[in-house]
Ligand binder design. Sequence first.
Ligand code: CDP
Length: 209
Amino acid sequence: MIVAIDGPAASGKGTVARALAAHFRLPHLDTGLLYRAVGAEVLARGLDFSDVPALTRLAAALKVEGLDAEALRAGAVGEAASRVAAIPEVRQALIELQRAFARQPGGAVLDGRDIGTVIAPEAEVKIFVTATPEARAARRFAELTARGEEVTPQSVLDDILKRDQRDSSRSAAPLVRADDAVLLDNTALDKHESIARALAIAAARTGRQ
Ligand code: CDP
């Protein structure tokens, strides 16, 4: 069974994806980490974001194992990820490893922006997780300040709105809800309610409790 969880920045899609993976005992891939890993390398090597051949080579060399989720969660890396993710050649270089992960025997849970539309359109369960920009900014603010980053609520909201705009308007695999994805707006839900709703959606789609 393939489970596709998509949604905008800080919508809580990772939380939902991890909970479904644990519940159904499926491997989980946070595909944002792939784009974050490319973005982090661009920053670390001082590469130009317009150097498409170099960025594509970085993407082609990535593996799903050994990504340092903790380091890649830094705010600046998210911004760099969204810039490299708008480059069609970079996306193309990352498609096959995501598809292979999705199609492994037994299935998998993947979260990102284009899982239900491009990576695994055949997924049995598709959930589009979202919340208002303000609710998402409040969550991201709490996350970044807990990491010791110096941010203001306004700067985080500005970043979320900029990322939404870039992710939704790019020509390559823009962030859109798949026609057959169930919408999960968790603006007014806490983490546990959001997970319970996602489990109910998955059960309704698959008959698996
Ligand atoms: O949760 P947040 O959006 O901050 O981060 P993420 O899910 O790790 O994604 C970081 C960036 O990678 C996003 O802004 C997207 O531009 C990009 N991304 C993508 O284009 N496609 C995916 N399947 C996953 C992430």
